[in-house]
Design a protein around this ligand. Structure first.
Ligand code: NAI
Length: 573
């Protein structure tokens, strides 16, 4: 019996009861099994809980409403998030019930943007959680650490080294809250059973002086491992992960750009793994762009895309869009030529010194920009590009607050009646711009998706809702699809299939078509991820990487695996 309990499934394959050998205090202290005041009178007697709970037996709905009323009385978002994280560590089912009942309110608190603050305050606020901590000094014992989880039936592990958290940089061990929060999103938006989720932090040190000098810092207090030492650490971890958790998907999260790309390319064919910042972001952004292109009235081949901030997320997005355009019949070189990459030193042009290898296919020729009107030909600014290249799409992954200013957006709007504007940097203090400005600057014509959620905007008597280009629309479906299909690896086709499933859902969504919203409302996220899961499983089968039979009832299989926040009856063993 793993985790002290077994799921009992009925003839339809769905969970009908839980069998457990725990009782009394141990049962109440097990967050996966605790029902608190919802233990029935019979269960209280049978499991040694008499006298340990107040008299009244509540339903989960009553518990959820009581918890939410306390939560609503908390003014500060970080305190709200701590309250919910503590609930998750006491009664996981109730936590998910509250979160599901109030998904629009709770998602930004347990995940972006508030998770950024909980990461920053991690050491001060630390509470025991169920994460796995692997510090550099423990790497030679990694087998011993991971072997403890072998029998846990874990399906998805989110692994971070905390170096590039959201837009707030190196957060050391505090990055673990990103793994914890993102796994919550897997459950809330995809239906992953939370007891099959494993958050992991690779504590390879930190280069943040603030943390190194913070007397309360709880991580390994030394500079980050780098070069060969870092690579050797990751290699040992991945080898041990494959050995001890062979059925578990490894989801990489918030590594620095270089390490993210290196780790992904080294291991993506060796186990079932993906990097959400690179591949998940690119897949959801592609769906937004395709949805926007649909509304723009401009032919796909006539679009020009500016990418501001050509780092890990940005270039991942650019490659994914190019790949999609070639799937729609364009030549690869034509697709690359639709892009203008603007980074720290302006537009990336061929004779610049610091061009990264992954930026090279997008480099513009000097000859091409010679005819442009520029104030400084050695630093071609975003405004220069907006004026000269006449973009139809602008995507921001730079963490430069306010970069999509009035001059840039108006320059774009001058040439494009329905500009697609996507400031993706997180959190809101790093966003390149906000809908409340874009809407008036384009007289309500901008097609907007943002990285962080923004309030709707009232303008000239109309209410404008912008979509959040939220990976949550896609990564849970990719992860679950890979797990259910028992994929040996995750192919590019599987990501493309996920994007198309999301784009198609948006196309058929009434809210999207009536309001020219690029993505459906977050309240539909679970239904969307189900479609994504189906698409990913089908593609895994088509690509020959699935470990399940091709004639499986896919929808039935998904339905059996989905977890819902409700209490099951308990049986004693
Ligand atoms: P990164 O550090 O790899 O890339 C940032 C890039 O911006 C670098 O190439 C950097 O040189 C460039 N940059 C910095 N200052 C600049 C300036 N003044 N002008 C132009 N470029 C400048 O970081 P990464 O992983 O690409 O993330 C960037 C942002 O994208 C973060 O805020 C992150 O939260 C966000 N992101 C958003 C997602 C979403 O779905 N909304 C998902 C993943 C990342």
């Amino acid at each position: 019996m793993s985790n002290n309990f077994n799921e009992i499934r009925g003839n339809n394959g769905k969970v009908e009861a839980i069998e457990t050998n725990l009782s009394g205090e141990c049962l109440l202290l097990n967050p996966k099994l605790n029902k608190g005041t919802a233990f029935t009178r019979e269960e209280r007697i049978q499991f040694g809980l008499s006298g340990r709970l107040p008299n009244r037996v509540e339903t989960i709905e009553e518990q959820s409403s009581r918890v939410f009323s306390v939560y609503s009385g908390i003014a500060d978002n970080l305190e709200k998030s701590s309250y919910l994280y503590n609930l998750n560590e006491t009664n996981t089912t109730l936590f998910y019930k509250v979160a599901e009942d109030h998904i629009e309110e709770v998602m930004p608190v347990v995940y972006t943007p508030v998770v950024g603050r909980s990461v920053q305050e991690f050491s001060k606020l630390w509470n025991q959680n169920r994460a796995v901590y692997i510090a550099s000094e423990d790497i030679d014992r990694v087998d011993e650490i991971l072997a403890q989880y072998t029998d846990g039936g874990y399906e998805i592990a989110i692994v971070t080294d905390g170096e590039r958290i959201l837009g707030i940089g190196d957060q050391g061990v505090g990055g673990v809250n990103i793994s914890v929060g993102k796994l919550m999103v897997y459950t809330l938006c995809g239906g992953l059973n939370p007891s099959k989720a494993l958050p992991v932090v690779l504590d390879v040190g930190t280069n943040s002086e603030l943390l190194l000098n913070d007397k309360f810092y709880l991580g390994a207090r030394h500079p980050r491992l780098k070069g060969d030492a870092y690579d050797a650490f990751i290699k040992k971890f991945v080898e041990s992960f494959k050995k001890n958790l062979p059925q578990t998907l490894l989801h990489w999260e918030d590594f620095s750009g270089d390490n993210a790309r290196k780790n992904l390319s080294l291991y993506r064919d060796k186990l079932c793994t993906f990097n959400d910042d690179i591949q998940g972001t690119a897949a959801v952004t592609l769906a937004c762009v395709l949805s926007g292109i649909g509304f723009s009235g401009i032919d796909l081949k006539d679009h020009r895309v500016v990418l501001f901030g050509a780092g890990a997320a940005g270039t991942g997005i650019a490659y994914q869009i190019c790949d999609a355009f070639t799937r729609f019949g364009m030549k690869e070189e034509e697709a690359f030529k639709m892009f203008y990459l603007v980074d720290r030193y302006g537009l990336i042009v061929e004779d610049m010194g610091s061009i990264q290898s992954y930026q090279k296919p997008f480099v513009r020729s000097r000859k091409e920009v010679d005819g442009w009107t520029l104030s400084d030909k050695n630093n071609i600014t975003l405004l220069d590009v907006a004026n000269n290249a006449k973009p139809t799409v602008i995507i921001g992954c730079s963490t430069v607050f306010g970069a999509f200013n009035e001059a840039v957006i108006k320059a774009m709007y001058k040439h494009c009646p329905r500009p697609i504007i996507m400031p993706l940097s997180n959190p809101d203090t790093k966003a390149e711009g906000k809908p409340a400005d874009f809407i008036p600057w384009t007289d309500g014509n901008a097609l907007i998706a943002t990285g962080t959620p923004f309030k709707s905007v009232d303008y000239k008597g109309k209410n404008y809702v912008s979509s959040q280009c939220n990976n949550a629309f896609i990564f849970p479906g990719i992860g679950l699809g890979a797990v259910i299909s028992k994929a040996k690896k995750i192919t590019d086709n599987m990501f493309f299939a996920a994007s198309i499933a999301l784009r198609d859902y948006a196309k058929e969504c009434k809210t999207c078509s009536e309001n020219h919203q690029l993505l459906p409302p977050i309240t539909e996220v679970k239904a969307i991820n189900k479609k994504v899961t189906v698409a990913v499983i089908k593609q895994a089968i088509d690509d020959g990487v699935a470990g399940i039979s091709a004639d499986i009832d896919i929808e039935g299989e998904i339905e059996k695996r989905l977890w819902y926040p409700k209490y099951q009856p308990y049986r004693k063993v």
